[in-house]
Write a protein that binds this ligand. Structure first.
Ligand SMILES: [Zn+2]
Length: 113
């Protein structure tokens, strides 16, 4: 399951970050998940606590920041909200819309103590 491996990477990143500081445990991890990243945020939340069990991240809070999808049309340069990673311009119907946000998946911030 994709979300399980995403959750495991988040735990790994948080724990290795912790090792670089003098802190004892992870309190909170903020993760940015784009609308088009193909990752189900609620499934990651669900897997996270299971993955964190037995690590220094056990009991920490996972905060998922959903990033809305945005695309720009190369033809009419309008900005719109694409439904898929294939961005079809609602104004001129061009298929070559460039995705400018919504595909991100990264650990934004880690709080430790
Ligand atoms: Zn257009």
């Amino acid at each position: 399951m994709h979300e399980m491996s995403v959750a495991m990477s988040i735990v790994d990143i948080a724990v290795s970050q912790l090792k670089e500081s003098d802190a004892a445990r992870v309190l909170k991890v903020n993760v940015a998940v784009g609308e088009l990243s193909g990752v189900e945020a609620s499934a990651v939340e669900f897997c996270y606590s299971a993955c964190a069990r037995g690590t220094a991240a056990e009991g920490s809070e996972l905060v998922i920041e959903r990033v809305a999808a945005r695309a720009v049309c190369p033809e009419c340069s309008c900005e719109f909200h694409p439904e898929h990673s294939l961005a079809i311009c609602p104004q001129c119907g061009d298929f070559g819309g460039k995705i400018v946000s919504g595909e991100e998946l990264y650990v934004d911030q880690i709080s430790v103590e």
